[in-house]
Design a binder for this molecule. Sequence first.
Ligand code: PMP
Length: 350
Amino acid sequence: MDPVNEHIRALQAYQPGLQPAQGEKVIKLNTNENPYPPPPAVLEAIRAESMDSLRLYPDPKSRSLRAAAAAVYGVEPEQVLAGNGSDEILGILLRTFAARGDRIGFYEPSYSYYKTLGAIHNLELVPTPVADDPGQLRLPDSKDLKVFFLTNPNSPLGFSVRPEFVVRLAGHVRGIVVVDEAYADFARWNCLPLIRSIPNVLVTRSLSKSYSLAGLRVGLAVGAHRWIEQMDKVRDHYNLSRIAQAAACVALREQDYLQENISRILKTRERLRREIGELGLRCLQSDANFLFVRFPSSEAASGAYRFLLERGVLVRYFPQEPLHDGLRISIGTERETDRLIAELKGTLES
Ligand code: PMP
């Protein structure tokens, strides 16, 4: 007898972007990390925390971190839940709001981890197709969804929808609409204000991208206290390490550093968009820290992926339709962008 649960045996595990071995010299533009370091005060906080108290368990309620996040987002600490990356929050959301056999919705393509998580929790997956143009985004056919995940800005395509669309979506879907705002700090708008007026909207945030802390693993959920208190029951009691809590608190207070970091990335994004256009390739509109670039064919896109990889430039290729003729390229430093453009020219000439 096979002791493994049948649905786990059938599960396709989530495929994260390639992580090079420690010390390998590559230009890493494949997982939307920030090319710049976190502020020095964050490293100080990590050092201080490591010296003093690692023999002790962390605060199970992440109180200081939730208070720091609440101050940034203009909400009460009781409206914030902290997670070990926003990935953990997504799992907590499903455990709180959906049970075996329930239906969950999302746009396709968007963040593919929703599907993995839905399968792990034995849920029925209800995708709604999305075109490149956000103006064409339609509401899901079915209203009967316990959770709907909206990746906004979308990954891997990069577009974002306005809060007015989310109001319509939340009026349409019977369950909770989770606006996954992992990239919202790079966008022109966000849906945090909606949590006051729309009862079934919850927002998730990540410190992995705009705050340059992907390695720390800190994500947040922001929403009505009555949802957050239920979610709080199903997380691991010590889900954030002492180091993560201490460092994230400081990072959230360094808002000037954050804004400077974001404006540098947006400037490079617009430069990259222009220069990729000059190469004759088409970039989709992006409100995030990456661009999705369409090639004339899937062979051209996968060929460019391999060409770049062989030269130590990592970007993301998704072999399945409708992404198979494109590459998702994270925004790096100006120097990394120089190299990327030079190598892209090389691939088009080869
Ligand atoms: N949502 C989206 C749309 C993402 O792209 C990612 C990063 N892969 C996450 C959530 C998870 O981010 P993290 O767990 O690092 O906060």
